[in-house]
Design a protein around this ligand. Structure first.
Ligand SMILES: NC(=O)c1ccc[n+]([C@@H]2O[C@H](COP(=O)([O-])OP(=O)(O)OC[C@H]3O[C@@H](n4cnc5c(N)ncnc54)[C@H](O)[C@@H]3O)[C@@H](O)[C@H]2O)c1
Ligand SMILES: C[N+](C)(C)CC=O
Length: 495
């Protein structure tokens, strides 16, 4: 691709200062491509294009069912180009090709879901209790949206924003992570080739503080929807408050995976590995906090450690590999320091805690890590690792399981493993997290809301609420038989 990789007002342009950035595959350091490194001026130009397109009203005026049809065409085109997209995602992130293919299926499912939902909510009539009044609620697009996404699921997390924004009739400026831009560029290509009016979809690339910040600060942006880390989320919410923007935040998690003694042992164990180590733990909902009932804890942990040591690390196209690298050297340093701090605080390192060796030295591999003998309050129990690190805590009985599972400032997701349906349901209801799986881990559905309690975020993506985030409810109250109210007397005779 050329370095004209910003998409502003329907045109591919280079950064205004000619800046570029090389993207390297984290699995082996190979050069994937060179893209434009946008400036703050580029972000402001993209906002202006989105504002002008919104104010012209072309996209919002398209009837909602037809906007939905457009999303269904996007889904069909993504299906046709699935292999190209999956390969690009894998090269940018280092994740296994099969994972990128699964992500593509989820992305296609997301566009299909919002495509069908778009035409379904045409407002509602309200009974005003007065025969002379027609009162109705209409849902209008919120306006210009700033969409900021992370590197772990670059297109998927962007799709969760793009699809409902377009369904609602909004215009947007998308800013993906500077580390993983390629699939978002391909997405703009699809939207453009399918004829989305110019200025409706805009893409800026570059560092968060430079091209991301204007999306939360600029007065012409009506909503900022952000997925990423807690500290960045706080900065975005604070910046957005100056113009009272709507803010949607999808942040991190420290997600409890609670295993009762009466769980199906093999299924719980296998899923505990998935929960913690899929995508090398770079998943917001990773089950990084394993909480096991005391009576089975030793056997469960021993087996977890044995199995974790068998996990095969490797590059995205290595068919024997089961999980891949971390995203960058800087991130691997962060995970390394995180584990070292935990050990210094008293956690016992049962396995992992090392970098990949041999061929893996070309990439940013970190071995699956299990820490036990941890205490509530230790940094490894409180903070998100966002790497292949799981801590093991123990409990006795339901009360303690719930207390430990809720002992976090986050509240994104969690799981309960038990063959006692009543107990699982009771515990699930009491856990303060946005998603609870019972006897499963990780599935998410486009038709089910996703988001966090506590400091895991504000608002919801997916499901009907995921569309409402991009809409304003307007009440139109029509008095068809206006009368003089007589509230203020007409004192003509006194004048
Ligand atoms: N809740 C969810 O659904 C969900 C999903 C995926 C990832 N996450 C979270 O994302 C985090 C990992 O992603 P990350 O490292 O890319 O996060 P990050 O916060 O570092 O970056 C996310 C995005 O924000 C941009 N950004 C950084 N500073 C900015 C600023 N000042 N203004 C505007 N934009 C700015 C970045 O360039 C990037 O595009 C983890 O904490 C993970 O849990 C959450
Ligand atoms: C939301 N999810 C699970 C797809 C990705 C989180 O990092």
């Amino acid at each position: 691709m050329s370095t004209a990789t910003l998409f502003i007002d329907g045109t591919w342009v280079a950064a205004s200062d000619g800046g570029t950035r090389e993207i390297h595959c984290p699995a082996d350091g190979t050069l994937v491509g060179t893209v434009s490194e946008g400036t703050a001026d580029d972000a402001v130009a993209a906002i202006a294009a989105a504002r002008s397109a919104f104010d012209r009203g072309e996209w919002a005026a398209v009837p909602a069912p037809e906007r939905g049809d457009f999303l269904l065409k996007v889904a069909a085109r993504l299906q046709e180009r699935k292999a190209e997209f999956a390969r690009a995602e894998t090269l940018d992130t280092g994740k296994r090709l099969v994972e990128s293919e699964i992500d593509m299926d989820d992305i296609i499912g997301c566009f299909t879901y919002f495509g069908k939902l778009a035409g379904q909510n045409q407002g509602r009539l309200v009974d005003p209790g007065n025969a002379a009044v027609v009162s109705r609620i209409e849902y209008e697009p919120v306006g210009v949206c700033g969409l900021i996404s992370p590197w772990n699921y670059p297109l998927l997390q962007s799709a969760w924003k793009i699809a409902p924004a377009l369904a609602a009739g909004c215009t947007f400026v998308l800013k993906p992570s500077e580390l993983t831009p390629h699939t978002c560029m391909l997405m703009m290509d699809v939207l453009d080739e399918l004829g989305l009016p110019k200025g409706v979809a805009n893409l800026v690339l570059g560092a968060g503080a430079t091209v991301g910040a204007p999306l939360s600060e600029h007065v012409d942006v009506d909503l900022v929807s952000f997925t990423g880390g807690l500290e960045t989320g706080k900065r975005i919410a604070a910046a957005a408050s100056a113009t009272v923007k709507k803010v949607a935040l999808e942040l991190g998690g420290k997600n409890p995976n609670i295993v009762f003694a009466d769980a199906d042992f093999d299924a719980a164990l296998d899923n505990a590995l998935n929960a913690a180590f899929v995508h090398s733990g770079q998943v917001c909902s990773a089950g990084a906090r394993l909480i096991v009932e005391e009576s089975i804890a030793e056997r469960f942990t021993d087996e977890l450690v044995r199995r974790a040591q068998l996990i095969r690390l490797g590059g995205p196209f290595d068919e024997d590999a089961e999980t891949g690298p971390l995203i960058s050297a800087a991130h691997r340093d962060k995970v390394t320091a995180y584990v070292q701090k935990g050990v210094a605080e008293g956690a016992r390192l049962r396995c992992g805690g090392t970098w990949g060796t041999g061929d893996l030295e070309q990439g940013f591999y970190y071995t699956p890590t299990v820490l036990d003998q941890v205490e509530r309050g230790m940094s490894v129990v409180v903070d998100e690792a966002f790497g292949p690190v799981v801590t093991v805590e123990t409990f006795t009985g339901e009360e303690e399981a719930v207390a430990i599972g809720n002992d976090t400032h986050y509240g994104l997701a969690g799981a309960v493993w038990s063959q006692d349906a009543g107990k699982s349901q009771r515990v699930a209801r009491r856990l303060r997290h946005g998603t609870i799986w019972i006897n499963d881990f990780h599935p998410y559905l486009p038709q089910a809301e996703w988001g966090g309690f506590g400091q895991s975020g504000v608002g919801r993506e997916l499901g009907p609420t995921g569309l409402s985030e991009y809409q304003e409810a307007k009440h139109i109250y029509h008095n068809i038989d206006p009368q003089v109210t007589g509230w203020f007397a007409d004192r003509k005779e006194e004048q």
